[in-house]
Design a protein. Structure first.
Length: 75
């Protein structure tokens, strides 16, 4: 799903070289989801449940949802 791809691509642009082992584990669990289930989590339409209700997912999910910080070209 294009929306998921865009959010994941932005995540990797922001997190280059800073991904922790826990974040990588959480990301793997999320990427294994079906596209509609992942989108529901990314849009906040549902909360992680079952095996997804764990620290690694809860630590990476906000990073995936984070908006891109726009840079001010005057600074």
């Amino acid at each position: 799903m294009l929306e998921n791809d865009v959010l994941i691509e932005r995540f990797f642009q922001r997190q280059q070289g800073r991904l922790t082992a826990a974040q990588a584990q959480g990301l793997q669990l999320l990427i294994d989801l079906s596209d509609p289930d992942l989108l529901d989590l990314l849009l906040g339409r549902r909360e992680p449940q079952g095996e997804l209700d764990c620290e690694s997912v809860r630590c990476v999910l906000p990073l995936l949802k984070a908006p891109i910080q726009e840079t001010d070209p005057t600074h």
